[in-house]
Design a binder for this molecule. Structure first.
Ligand SMILES: Nc1ncnc2c1ncn2[C@@H]1O[C@H](COP(=O)(O)OP(=O)(O)O)[C@@H](O)[C@H]1O
Ligand SMILES: [Mg+2]
Length: 246
């Protein structure tokens, strides 16, 4: 199928004898906004890290447009320019300015000239409302601003899919909204996104698809209406009711 971007097939990952992911199967199609929800320790970050080639699966396959990306010959930086990632802790280069953070990958990986890369970066920094801060260093801006820069940096690579690992979990509560709003705009614009989140309102209102992970497996998945309105598995019901009480 033309609009299938990523296929995860029988993916398992163990750390020593600890099996953290077990036989994970799912696909990411063009335009999907998939939220992955689940308790801490259920393997959500490990799954995203496998997809971004930051962890090597113990078994199973990850296919990008039908090609395996888990073999030895894969050019990881090049692949990551298509499948970008935004981390909970921003992972900006602290010694570089905001603008430089958004330029360096385009020059190094995409081999763009600096001027083209700079113009492109400016466009995305404007989109996330960070154009006034291009000369700031990460330490001079707030957490919400850092995360918006991290999103602009990922977008500047013009990826086909963006992975987000709890992008608002490290933020002070008053900064969560500005980051979620940027993500919501991206979703509306048709960006393909895979988002690990504890923001149930985002999962319910913005995503097209919700995956509930529990103890290393996909316990249940479906539309937000199915998962939030009519969950089938007891584990899903328990997880959601724990969330509603908090
Ligand atoms: N590098 C690692 N080495 C050993 N164990 C790990 C490593 N990374 C994650 N784990 C373990 O894998 C399990 C799942 O972790 P993680 O994927 O971070 O879950 P989640 O993101 O859902 O909270 C946890 O028990 C965690 O301790
Ligand atoms: Mg995690």
């Amino acid at each position: 199928m033309d609009d299938m971007i990523l296929e995860i097939r029988h993916l398992s990952k163990s750390f020593g004898s600890h099996e953290v992911l077990r036989d994970i199967d799912f696909t990411v199609n063009k335009g999907d906004v998939t939220s992955i929800i689940g308790s801490s320790g259920s393997g959500k970050s490990t799954l995203l890290r496998c997809i971004n080639l930051l962890e090597t699966p113990t078994s199973g396959e990850i296919l990008y447009h039908g090609q395996s990306v888990t073999g030895p010959k894969v050019n990881a930086p090049e692949y990551r320019s298509h499948v970008g990632m935004v981390f909970q802790s921003f992972n900006l280069f602290n010694n570089m300015t905001v603008l430089e953070n958004c330029v360096v990958g385009q020059v190094k990986v995409l081999k763009k000239d600096r001027e083209t890369a700079r113009k492109n970066a400016m466009q995305y920094l404007e989109q996330v409302g960070m154009a006034p801060y291009i000369n700031a260093k990460p330490r001079q801006i707030s957490g919400g601003q850092k995360q918006r820069v991290a999103i602009a940096r990922a977008l500047a690579m013009e990826p086909e899919v963006l992975l987000f690992d709890e992008p608002t979990s490290a933020l002070d509560p008053e900064m969560v909204g500005e980051v979620l709003s940027v993500m919501q705009d991206l979703a509306r614009a048709g960006m393909t996104m895979l988002v690990v989140t504890h923001e149930m309102a985002f999962a319910r209102d913005v995503s097209s698809h919700v995956v509930y992970m529990n103890q290393g497996i996909i316990c249940e998945e479906g539309t937000p209406e199915q998962i939030f309105g009519d969950p089938q598995r007891q584990e899903t019901k328990d997880f959601l009711s724990r969330f509603r009480k908090n």
